[in-house]
Every structure is written in structure tokens, then in C-alpha cells.
Ligand binder design. Sequence first.
Ligand code: MF3
Ligand code: CO
Ligand code: CO
Length: 281
Amino acid sequence: MNKVTPGMISPALRVPASIVKPVYANTGIPTRGRSTLFLTNDRIEALRDTCRIAKEVLDIAAAAVKEGVTGTEIDFIAHEACIERGAYPSCLNYNGFPKSICVSVNEVICHGIPDSRAFENGDIVNIDVTVFKNGYHGDCSKMVLVGDVDERSRKLVEVAEESLYIGINAIKVGGRIKDIGKAIDSFVQKNGFSVVQAYCGHGIGETFHADPQVPHNFTPEIKYKIKSGMVFTIEPMINMGDWRHKLWEDDWTAVTIDGLPSAQFEHTILVKRDGVEVLTG
Ligand code: MF3
Ligand code: CO
Ligand code: CO
């Protein structure tokens, strides 16, 4: 597998004054992730629209990933696609994050900063897009395979995607958040891969990262109950080898401790009395 080394990071892109921005857009400091979002019916349509845009931008950005293209170029495409749709790219200046989306290649688990490195034949690339519009954030990510990817990495990507749906299917009103991680963890272990523990799914809505935390591994001690109206993400990060991570010097880029690849898919989910709605589906 190709090794990833940091490239050059280009300056942050501008967002026109006409786009409504989240609180941290200027300061870099998000408001405290307060309680879970419970939506009234009239606001659900607004959140649906936000999540639809996130998914659209993700598809546009992911379709542009090709051998020789750089993360900087994908970031630019996603940034413009957000603005065309009246949305703010939520990652931009979130806790000081310098670009508009995350691009995480091969052994990068998550929070890769788009840079000048060109994608190579055999890369597996995660594109993670979050947008802010209508007062809400919507968050989703998926993998792109570049050229000829080795069989074990293709299997990793497949298991990561399936694990997301196994997590979604574990959601039951009256059940518990830990049921999600339990289902994902056992499926992933059966397939000989491991689940990252340090990064979780999260409540989302008015704030980018809110309660509840949604672990993708089994956490029997967490009692949090799943209720109708809750909105949160599921975004399992699946490693080929060791589940542990380390950070690059940029303090953002999380890579696997053993340098083996990692894969991730993410959706924003609305819990309803009669089931779930995959808002970014
Ligand atoms: N989109 C990521 C998530 O799924 C968060 C990225 S935060 C950033 O939660 F600051 F790194 F952009
Ligand atoms: Co997320
Ligand atoms: Co995300």
C-alpha cells in the first residue's frame, strides 16, 4: 500500500458574506455541544434539506477523486458546491480546522487535511463532508477506490460500509446507544478487522458535535437510551490491523499506529417512532 506523507496546505477558502455561518466561523471556537436535538415536525423538513445538500456535495467531491488529482482540488470542488447551494462547509475553522472538508487516505483514519498530495493508483480515500444550512449541520462520508486497489483493502472498504448499515439496523426506539457499537464491533471482529475507539458518532443539529456520543465499539457501561426524534451520526472507522491511532504533528490527522489502512462511511440519522430515516442516504 502507498504510504501517505503530509503535503502542502493551501490557504483557507473564502465564504461569501451572503452565506449564513455557524458561530465558530470567525472565532474557531464552537459553542458547547449542548443537549441532543429533538425535532418538531416543521423543522424536520429543514434538516432533511441540509442533509440532502451534504450528500449531494459529497457525491460531487467523491466523483472528482482520480489518480493525479490532489486533496486541495477536491476541497475546492466541495467548497464551491456548498456555496452554490447556500451552505457553509462546516469543517472550515471548526476548532481551527484549516480547510472545508476532510480527505483521509489509506492509513489516515479521519480528519485528514486536504493538501497537495496527488492520489495514487491503489489509494483508498475517505471524503467527509459536513454542511451548515437552515440552522443545522448535516454530516456524511464515503470511500473512493483509486485505480487497482489490492483485494484486502477492497474487503476492508466493503466491511466498513456494511458495518455502518449494521449499526443503523441496531437502532431501536427504547433501545440503547451501546447496541449500535455492539453490533458493529462483533461484525467487524468476525471479519478480522478492528474498530477505532477514539472517534465516535455524535449527536448533530444546531451544533456540529453534540450528545450523544455514539461509540462504534461495545461500551457496556453507557446507559444512554435511544428516543424518537433524536438525530445523530454513525461513522465507524475500521482498521485492517491495530485499532489504535496516533496524530500527525498538525494535531488533526489521525493515522493507524501500525500504518495499515483504515476505512470509514458515515450517515446522519433521524430516529422515528416507526424506524429510522437515513437523512444523508
Ligand atoms: N466530519 C467529521 C465528523 O464526522 C468531523 C470533522 S471536524 C474537522 O464528525 F474539524 F476535522 F473538520
Ligand atoms: Co460526524
Ligand atoms: Co463527518
